[in-house]
Every structure is written in structure tokens, then in C-alpha cells.
Design a protein around this ligand. Sequence first.
Ligand SMILES: CC(C)(COP(=O)(O)OP(=O)(O)OC[C@H]1O[C@@H](n2cnc3c(N)ncnc32)[C@H](O)[C@@H]1OP(=O)(O)O)[C@@H](O)C(=O)NCCC(=O)NCCS
Length: 212
Amino acid sequence: MDDIEIRLLTLADKGHVEKFFKEDFCVREPIFSHTKQPPKEGWKFYKSSMEAALKAEISYGAFDTKTGEMCAYSMNLLGNAEVPSVNLEPYPLPVKQCYRLLKQTYPNGMDTDVGTQNYLEIFFLGVSDGYGKRGIATQLCAKGVERARQLGCEYVTIDCTSAYSRKAVENLGFYCIREVPYEEYVDAYTDKKAFEAMRKPHYASTLLALKL
Ligand SMILES: CC(C)(COP(=O)(O)OP(=O)(O)OC[C@H]1O[C@@H](n2cnc3c(N)ncnc32)[C@H](O)[C@@H]1OP(=O)(O)O)[C@@H](O)C(=O)NCCC(=O)NCCS
């Protein structure tokens, strides 16, 4: 992949990450796009996690060597990272719905599921339209696994909302801990199956882990 450079992200990459999140990730990621989460609100909500991820220098970006543009990211956080908590209440319904669905996938916290806080979580994984199906997501996750090993982590975790990201990490040996099927999940805010009409082949929000 001569046209792509994969490298560790730092706080200096915040502009790239924000642009990618708002202009690409939010409009393509299954649950954000399904609920039409407003990118600006989504960014406001997740900004502190993104900054913590960049500060920790354990996240990876892929850049097009011709344009210099970010074409993919894997935003990673450690299980014991201190991320300032954000009050969900004032956010619009789609932000709340997505957040609650994700929480339902690990209702007692990922640390309870893997039995330790010593893990690295891949919390956002995205590849731009036009760069897909070339193994970029798989490579970014493999980088995260390598970094987690260097740091002495016991697990790498990911919540996959896409059938494709799930495939990518299953190819690396991740196993499924819990699935919340879109067809069954009832959203607490509307009392409706808010994700029932999710586009195929995406079928569940799934917590997966790799034991190192
Ligand atoms: C999910 C996503 C990150 C995958 O990125 P990618 O770089 O295309 O993934 P890879 O090339 O590493 O492929 C991983 C697997 O998914 C498959 N796949 C990826 N995109 C696919 C597509 N559009 N159609 C069919 N299969 C696809 C690949 O064939 C591969 O499986 P295989 O090795 O068994 O053949 C990318 O589609 C994306 O950014 N989507 C929007 C945001 C999103 O959904 N993020 C994940 C949230 S958890």
C-alpha cells in the first residue's frame, strides 16, 4: 500500500480526527448514520474521549500520501484512562440513543466483561469511502494489538456496530462476548425498536475481545 501511510496519532492530529469524524465517520458508521446523529453534536459529546486517546498516543491514523488527508482512524483508549464524564442529558435524541445502545453492549463496563482494567479498547474505527476493502481497518486493529502487547495489556476490546469491522477483528482472533441484535433492541427513550430497520448486513452491536 504505497499510497497509504499508517502512523501513531498525537494531539497535533486533532484537526484531522475532528474532520474525519464529522465528515466521514458520522455519515457512514451504522448506528450514527441510522439515527442521523448530528456530527457537530456527536463531536461535542465524544471530544474528551478523542482528546484522551490522542494524548495517550496509542491511536492510529492512515493518511493518503498523495493528498495528506486522513483516510482512516482507529481511536484507542486504555481501560483505566481518565476521561472527563460528559452529561448526556442536553444532547439531541440520536446522540442519547447511540450512547445507550453502546452501553447496553457492555452494561456493567468492559472491565467487568474481561475481568480487568488492563485492556486497550478500540473505540472508534473508520475507513473512508473509496479506501475500503483493502485491509486498512484490519491493519489499524493489528497496530492496536501490537501497541497493547508493548504496554503489557491483557486484552484488546472493541464494540463492533458494523458487520465489516467485526469481520476484521475476528480475522485477528477476537471472540464475541455479547451481541445486541438491532432487530430486538428496544430503545429506552422512545420505547421502540429504534435500530430495527438497520441496513444489512449490519445486524448487531457486538462486544469482542482478544486475550493477549
Ligand atoms: C467497517 C470499516 C472500518 C471496515 O474497513 P475496511 O478497511 O474496509 O476493512 P478491511 O478491508 O480490513 O476488511 C475487513 C473485512 O470486512 C470485509 N468488508 C469490508 N468492507 C466490505 C464491504 N463494503 N462489503 C463486503 N465486505 C466488506 C472485508 O472483505 C474483510 O473481510 P474478509 O477478510 O473476511 O474478506 C469501514 O467499512 C468503515 O469505516 N465503515 C464505516 C464506519 C464503521 O462502520 N466503522 C466501524 C464501527 S465499529
